[in-house]
Design a protein around this ligand. Sequence first.
Ligand SMILES: [Cu+2]
Length: 107
Amino acid sequence: MAQVRKGLGKTVRAVDTPNRAALQAKYGIPSNLRSCHTALIDGMAFEGHVPIEDMRRVLSAKPRGVTGLAVGGMPLGSPGMEVAGQAPQRFEVYSVGSAGPRVYARH
Ligand SMILES: [Cu+2]
């Protein structure tokens, strides 16, 4: 099932698939960093609740050996996971790809 939405200068196609593990493997997202959704933008993959500023930074830099960014789990306070009255958790954003998972940003 695919849904098409427009916004933020991009057309978004949302797809529910039972085969997301193959996509995660293709982009080098290790099992401990897999989360609830995977976004593909301009040839890079974004796993889980990755902050938009990190997405913009990696998309403009396109570092060698990096195929995307990943946030494992669903940390409280990450984008879309804000809960009024609850302090945000600290979490790391990892770059993934042939260069291996590395901390890309801390929040
Ligand atoms: Cu989630």
